[in-house]
Structures are given as C-alpha cells and as structure tokens.
Unconditional design. Structure first.
Length: 337
C-alpha cells in the first residue's frame, strides 16, 4: 500500500478504493531468468476491481518515456461474488491509446478471491488476477511520529534526535491486496538494456476516461505530492514529469533533507525518479531501484533519500509468505469477521 498516505489526509481516488493503485514490481522469474514478472497491485480491500475502469501496465523500451507496450486489464461487473477479466496487449503507437486496444490475449478469465489462484496461460504469457497477501511492509505509526502531519498537512522536515520514531510494528502483516501478475519472455519487452514501467487507472465517466491514479517508483507520489497537486499528478503523463514536477520535488527535499538544488537534482537523477517510471535492466539482479522485489525495504530507501541519510532504518523484515512459483505473491489472509 505504498501509495496510500499522501499527506496522511487524502483518501483513494474519487473516494473509491477500487481505483487505488498500490505497488508495482518487476523482476526476473525465479524459475526462468529469461522471463520477466510484472505485478501491479490495486484496491487494498482486495475485493473486485471497478468494471468501468481500465487498469494499465505500460512499458517504454527505447528511452523516450512514451508507451511502447501496454497491457490493459478490463474487469466485468461482479456478480454473486465472481468477476472476470479481459487482457489486451498493444504495441508501438497503439500502446499510447488511452483505450483498451490491441490484441486480446486473455478472454473472460476468472478472478480469484480465495486461496487457490486461477492461473491462465496464453501463448508465452502467464497471468493471474485476484486477492493476494500484500507484500508491502511499513511502520505507519513510525512514519506519523517522524513527520508533523497534524491537520492533514503534507510531509515536512522529519523530527530527528532523541527517541527512535519507530514502533517496530509492521502495519501490513495481515493485509490483502488485489494483484494482477503477468509473466512473459523478457525478449518481448526488447530492453535496451532497460525498460521503464508505470501503471495507470482510468475511469470511464460520462463517456470520457478520467485518469485517476498512477504508479511508478514506490512512495514517490505519496511523499512528494501535496494535497493540492495529487489529482493533477495522477492525471499526468511520465513524459511531462521532469518539466512539471522537478521544482516541487527539489523544494520538498530542501525541507526534508536540507538539500541544495544541485544536490536534490543529483539525488533524483541517481534514483531515476523523474519521470516517475520504475526502471528495470533484466540483465542485472532485480533490487530497487533496478526493478523491485518483495524483499526490498522501499520505505527505508525513500526516507533515507528524503533525509539525506539521517532517518534510521525501521528494522522491519520482509513478509515470509511469499511463493517461489507463480503468482509469487502470497496466499490471501482470511477475512476478519
């Protein structure tokens, strides 16, 4: 749920958890290093996704920050606790369409809401959609202790010195999330040598598509946006990120880590934060910021980044319910009554 606490006051897009993109992962398949796994998580209630939305996983493979490959996931209206999904893949300029276009590679696949994943194979693709255990780990109370967020304010200078802010409690040990997992030959992604990946959720309303959420680097949108800019950020395109958002990022880092402008830009470039697309070179082991795996402590990474190394690690450990086989993300926790 690394995109859930912008300013600690904003709720999900349009007040609808189904539209909330959470985390993006990219790594080599553990059983075949010639294949890549891409995971886009949404909806922290882990229930059905929105039938009027398009959930998109987009890839730039030539460095121009425009989509060259796009996987679009479109879900049916849920009925009697069941839902299905269609998956489209578009390539080239067609991948830049806001609509779910291209070749339908999976039709009416059943979504999984129980412990047994419905795994679908279509040619070289392997796909899953449904409820899973959320692999994201973080100390929410510790983050609130670090920053003055009273009155719904956005993140400012962290409170350092004295007692540790960390509670030592993982706020996500029993959380579920709705996952879409696709595995495919890395060669189909045509990395040169890397790819850049981002997620988007668009909702059809009154005949138009509203771009209501996006996902790229973990916790970037959460920490760098203000309550006033979050909606504009979610609707924007990565190709415009640097021009539109660089000054805002630099300004925040001056508050959180006493960065000079030059230091902030150098740090942003070292992590590849703008544009807000997750970079992955599949010829190298996946570890954030090269892709992302479930064991990456992305909150420690982001807080150290924001504070120029002044915020201490939270001491949390990755979740232990991960799988070695597809769909890799763990079996969902039973719902509490």
């Amino acid at each position: 749920m690394s995109n859930h606490f912008t300013g600690l006051s904003l709720g999900p897009p349009l007040g609808d958890q189904r539209l909330d993109l959470c985390d993006l992962y990219a790594f080599q398949a553990p059983t075949d290093p010639a294949r890549t796994v891409l995971i886009l998580n949404a909806n922290p209630t882990a229930d059905a996704l929105h039938p009027d939305a398009i959930y998109r996983l987009a890839i730039d493979n030539d460095g121009d920050y425009l989509n060259d490959i796009a996987f679009s996931y479109v879900f049916s209206p849920p009925q009697n606790g069941k839902q299905t999904v269609n998956v489209f893949v578009a390539k080239g300029t067609e991948a830049r369409s806001v609509e779910a276009v291209g070749t339908k590679i999976i039709a009416d696949a059943e979504v999984s809401f129980g412990p047994n994943p419905n795994i679908v194979k279509s040619g070289a693709y392997t796909f899953f959609a449904g409820s899973r255990s959320d692999a994201f780990f973080f100390d929410y109370d510790g983050i609130k202790n670090l920053f003055d967020t009273r009155g719904g304010r956005n993140f400012t200078a962290p409170h350092l010195g004295g007692k540790s802010p960390w509670s030592g409690i993982d706020s996500n040990t029993e959380a579920n999330v709705f996952s879409t997992v696709i595995e495919l030959p890395t060669s189909e992604l045509s990395p040169k040598p890397e790819i850049r990946i981002w997620g988007r959720c668009s909702l059809r309303r009154d005949g138009k598509l509203l771009h209501v959420d996006r996902a790229g680097h973990p916790s970037v949108s959460s920490f760098f946006n203000t309550d006033e800019t979050k909606e504009e950020y979610n609707a924007s395109e990565p190709v415009n990120d640097r021009k539109r958002w660089l000054d805002q990022f630099v300004h925040l880092m001056g508050h959180t880590g006493n960065y000079t402008r030059e230091e902030a830009i150098a740090a942003i470039d070292a992590d590849g934060l703008l544009p807000d697309m997750l970079s992955f070179n599949p010829s190298k082991p996946a570890k954030y910021p090269n892709g992302r795996v479930f064991t990456d402590d992305v909150i420690d990474h982001r807080l150290a980044f924001l504070s120029k190394g002044e915020i201490p690690p939270d001491g949390l450990k990755p979740h232990t319910d991960l799988l070695k086989e597809f769909p890799y993300i763990g079996t969902p926790h039973p719902k509490k009554s």
